[in-house]
Design a protein around this ligand. Structure first.
Ligand code: C2E
Ligand code: CA
Ligand code: CA
Length: 495
């Protein structure tokens, strides 16, 4: 107040007052420079008054063009504008425009309608299939809410979810959705169908709801549903907040048999580190990685590393927002397990989803899965039987990825580690030299295979007295990426 009082001596027409708490109102002749001047002066002086606080001013401006408006209404408009710069660090002034009132009314409408909408079952469950990339068949779905308003038609979640999140109402809507999904699973079980898991979204309010575990337990008991059929999607950013609490909650949910997915991985301030502490069962990777325009850009590389890392942690990945066949092929090549997106299906009404499953069943009889992809995916899964078999083989084997002249070692078996890599006699540098030499040699062979021949053999000298015959076979291919299997036979004795 005293700072404003000081300012009032600078501007010759200046009416001011305190509205409530830390909110003040000023009426003065409009000039943009004057507003900046006033804000800057206040900002500097407030800092001087209390050095311990970083006080930030939010200022809303309503330029009086229509003086038939009541003063309180003018004040409301300025106040509405001020709210739009709350929480924005860089912005301290906002000017009122009519869309702000429209937005506020719309938001108010969305809030006011929620109870009736829930009671009248206006919220509908849509299901978007998740596809197992090894088989190209769907494996369960994600439940997404749609609001079918009697007067306004379909309202998209983007319009109402953020509003409900801000107001905490989302807690109630979530629980409504979970119940609808449980009912649906119950119906499918009763109809003798053997449903795959459906995942539901659990918003932040509910993750920190102390009743959460009880609520889920009650639901599956009431509907007599195996917990494995209801997967829970928890958004990545929630994992950063109260890690101890979330770990406790997850552990209770795991004990009940629920599977947990970390949703929107990579959309926020994700830390790869949380993955090692948080016992999630699946990683859902945000569609943002696929959305960059030139698809061969950095997003692709980051995605590759994220999925490989997830594999080391035995975490299957689901990539969201898959829209094109190129993306599908790419994901198969890097060993991603599941995909979800418009390429396969949009979120479907329940009847549409049921029809989708029937169609898939009919198609499935006609065409079988891409066997190579199956093998590659199995190889990645260190617990799969094919992977164990791979490790039991008495021949050193390495799996390489070859793409545009570049090779990268993806996987090796135990025999390769002991015979080819492990050599006490040589130091780090020599190891590096050898592996680079091997790579260079193989790259040439890979290039030959790409040009047309299907299988190649060459001889390879590890050291002066150890010689290998190496065969290379292409076991998987997508556009410009090939998966090569390299087998080593020692032939030193036959020289
Ligand atoms: P989400 O959980 O990340 O859900 C995925 C969103 O991506 C969905 O948007 C889905 O329709 C959309 N999507 C799927 N495939 C593609 C694709 O190929 N391309 C593009 N561009 N988009 C695709 P939707 O249904 O509009 O939902 C938006 C968000 O609203 C959801 O993001 C989720 O955070 C929230 N939401 C939706 N339903 C619920 C719910 O029942 N409860 C809670 N708490 N949140 C929900
Ligand atoms: Ca989700
Ligand atoms: Ca998501």
């Amino acid at each position: 107040a005293s700072e404003l009082r000081k300012a009032s001596t600078v501007f010759n027409k200046f009416v001011y007052g305190r509205f409530e708490n830390d909110i003040f109102a000023v009426c003065m002749p409009y000039k943009e420079e004057n507003i900046d001047l006033l804000i800057n002066a206040l900002q500097i002086n407030l800092k001087r008054v209390n050095k311990d606080y970083n006080t930030k001013i939010s200022c809303g401006v309503y330029i009086i063009r229509d003086d038939s408006l009541d003063v309180p209404e003018m004040y409301d408009r300025a106040s509405l504008a001020a709210k739009s710069c709350k929480g924005k660090f860089m912005q301290s002034v906002a000017y009122y425009d009519d869309s702000m009132i429209e937005n506020m009314r719309h938001e108010q409408f969305i809030i006011n309608e929620v109870n009736r909408a829930i009671d009248e079952e206006q919220f509908e469950v849509y299901l978007q299939p998740k596809i197992n990339l090894a088989t190209d068949r769907s494996y369960g779905a994600e439940a997404l809410v749609r609001w079918n308003h009697p007067d306004r038609g379909m309202i998209s979640p983007g319009e109402f979810i953020p509003v409900y999140e801000r107001n905490g109402i989302i807690g109630r809507l979530d629980q409504y959705m979970w119940r609808q999904v449980c009912k649906l699973l119950r119906r499918w079980i009763d109809e003798g169908k053997n449903p795959n898991p459906i995942s539901v979204n659990v918003s932040r309010v509910n993750i920190y709801n102390p009743q959460l575990v009880k609520i889920f337990k009650k639901l599956i008991t009431e509907y007599q549903i195996p917990a494995e059929l209801l997967n829970l999607e928890l958004t990545e950013s929630a994992f950063m907040e109260d890690q101890d609490l979330i770990m406790k909650t997850m552990s209770s949910l795991h004990k009940l048999g629920f599977k947990i997915m970390m949703d929107d991985f990579g959309s926020g301030y994700s830390s790869l580190n949380v993955l090692k502490d948080m016992e999630v069962d699946y990683l859902k990777i945000d569609m943002k990685f696929l959305q960059n325009k030139e698809f061969n850009g950095k997003g692709e590389k980051v995605l590759t590393s994220v999925i490989r890392m997830a594999k080391w942690l035995h975490l299957p990945s689901i990539v969201e927002g898959v829209e094109t066949v190129e993306q599908v092929d790419f994901l198969k090549c890097i060993g991603c397990e599941y995909a979800q997106g418009y390429y396969y299906a949009k979120p479907l009404r329940i009847e549409e989803y049921e029809a989708f499953l029937i169609r898939e069943e009919e198609m499935g009889a006609k065409c079988s899965a891409n066997e190579n992809t199956v093998i590659i995916n199995e190889l990645w899964n260190t617990r799969s039987s094919i992977s164990k078999f791979f490790d039991l083989l008495e021949t050193p084997i390495a799996i390489y990825e070859y793409r545009r002249g570049k090779s990268e070692l993806l996987r090796t078996n135990i025999r390769y580690e002991t015979d080819i890599v492990f050599d006490k006699e040589v130091d780090q540098q020599e190891h590096y030299r050898r592996s680079e030499a091997e790579k260079a040699l193989l790259s040439e062979t890979f290039a030959r295979i790409v040009r047309g021949d299907f299988s190649e053999a060459l001889e390879y000298e590890l050291t002066e007295d150890v010689r290998y015959r190496v065969t290379v076979k292409m076991i998987g291919k997508r556009a410009d990426t090939m998966i090569m299997m390299v087998t080593f036979y020692e032939i030193s004795a036959y020289r």
